[in-house]
Every structure is written in structure tokens, then in C-alpha cells.
Design a binder for this molecule. Structure first.
Ligand SMILES: Cc1cc2nc3c(=O)[nH]c(=O)nc-3n(C[C@H](O)[C@H](O)[C@H](O)COP(=O)(O)O)c2cc1C
Length: 190
């Protein structure tokens, strides 16, 4: 298959769409983020890459705490709003029903079925972003999205972002069993 070089600004996608929360100047603030990833299992570490001038980034540097709330497709409009407006322009928390867990500076969004609170463990300074690494302290989930105590993605109905077309997508069809369907290609006896 012949390949064409299409430059180097391609995105890793699809990207999960979440709301990152913290307290900035003593007030709850939330922003939309898609440059988000799991980094480590034990201790559970997650990373978010936030622009240097984001009001949320300021709050995380002030408090050392943040949250990640997982919205469903039903909250796409609220999520998009939180990605269009800065906390120093408008009080975004007015649109959000917030709750706190164990950490005082990691407010979470009650409308989102799953939310986690994190303690900042490391900040990596990139040319335009801070990459914040946080250790997950607790994860909270609405009973309605659980199956036998585990988050069921079919019930959660998260959505993802693609760029450069700047689109939100619901998840599609299930493809197969991970760590399983590839076994058929292994050499016999392995
Ligand atoms: C779908 C979507 C994804 C976004 N992802 C990120 C991201 O990963 N990192 C980032 O710094 N900004 C991201 N943004 C932009 C911020 O959400 C936006 O600049 C927001 O106004 C920042 O709010 P704050 O200044 O109150 O923190 C995203 C926006 C949208 C709509």
C-alpha cells in the first residue's frame, strides 16, 4: 500500500472528552480536556495536558489537586461550553452541579456518571502546556452505569473527539475480546 507523507501534526485519536475540575483562586472551575491519558496502574496515575494560560492550570498549580469527570453524550453541550469559555471570563460552575469527595480542592461534576479525584504528583513543563500527572485518590460512579460493580461503557455512553475535523463521536460497535482474539495467530504451543 503506497503511503503519502502528511506532515507531523496528526493527532492521536480518538481522544476521550472529560471535564477537569479544580479550585482556582478559591473558586470551583471546570474545563474540557481531551489530551488525557492513563499512565500507570499501581499507583494509579493519570495525565492531563493543559495550556499554560488555562484558568484550570493555575488552580492545579495552586492547590495540587484536580478531578476528572466523565460525561455522557447527553452532556456534550455543557462540555463544549466548558471548552469555549475561560473561568476568568465566566463562572462556569454556575452550570454545574458539583460535589466533593475526600479532597477539598478537587470538585467533581454530579451530572457526570463517573468522576475521579487526584493528587498532583508531578508537573512537566512543555513549551505551551503543563503536563500534570495525578495519583487517583478515589473514583465515584453512579449505580446506573455499573454492571456487577464495574463501570459498563455501554451504560456510561462516553464520547470522543477527533481532530482536525473537530467532531464529537459516540462509541461504535464492539469489535472483539482484548488480550484474546489475537491468540489465534500465535504459533502452536506458545
Ligand atoms: C473538545 C475540547 C477539548 C479540549 N481539550 C483541551 C486540552 O486537552 N487541553 C487544553 O489545555 N485545552 C483544551 N481545550 C480548551 C479548553 O477547554 C478551553 O481553553 C477552556 O476555555 C479552558 O478553560 P479555563 O481557562 O477555565 O481552564 C479543549 C476544548 C474543547 C472544546
Amino acid at each position: 500500500m503506497v503511503k503519502k507523507n502528511i506532515g507531523r501534526s496528526f493527532n492521536i485519536y480518538p481522544m476521550p472528552v472529560v471535564l477537569v475540575g479544580t479550585m482556582t483562586d478559591g473558586k470551583a472551575n471546570f474545563m474540557t480536556a481531551a489530551w488525557v491519558t492513563k499512565l500507570h496502574s499501581e499507583p494509579p496515575l493519570v495525565g492531563v495536558s493543559l495550556g499554560l494560560r488555562q484558568h484550570t492550570a493555575k488552580g492545579i498549580r495552586q492547590t495540587g489537586q484536580f478531578s476528572i469527570s466523565y460525561p455522557t453524550v447527553d452532556q456534550a453541550q455543557l462540555v463544549d461550553y466548558c471548552g469555549l469559555v475561560h473561568g476568568y471570563e465566566e463562572d462556569k460552575s454556575a452550570h454545574v452541579d458539583l460535589f466533593h469527595g475526600a479532597l477539598e480542592s478537587a470538585p467533581m461534576v454530579r451530572q457526570c456518571p463517573v468522576a475521579m479525584e487526584c493528587r498532583l504528583t508531578q508537573t512537566i513543563e512543555l513549551p505551551k502546556d503543563y503536563f500534570f500527572i495525578g495519583e487517583v485518590a478515589n473514583v465515584y460512579a453512579t449505580e446506573a452505569v455499573l454492571t456487577e460493580g464495574v463501570v459498563d461503557v455501554a451504560k456510561l455512553r462516553p464520547f470522543v473527539l477527533t481532530m482536525p475535523d473537530n467532531s464529537y463521536w459516540a462509541l461504535g460497535e464492539r469489535v472483539g475480546d482484548a488480550w484474546s482474539m489475537g491468540k489465534a495467530l500465535r504459533k502452536p504451543g506458545e
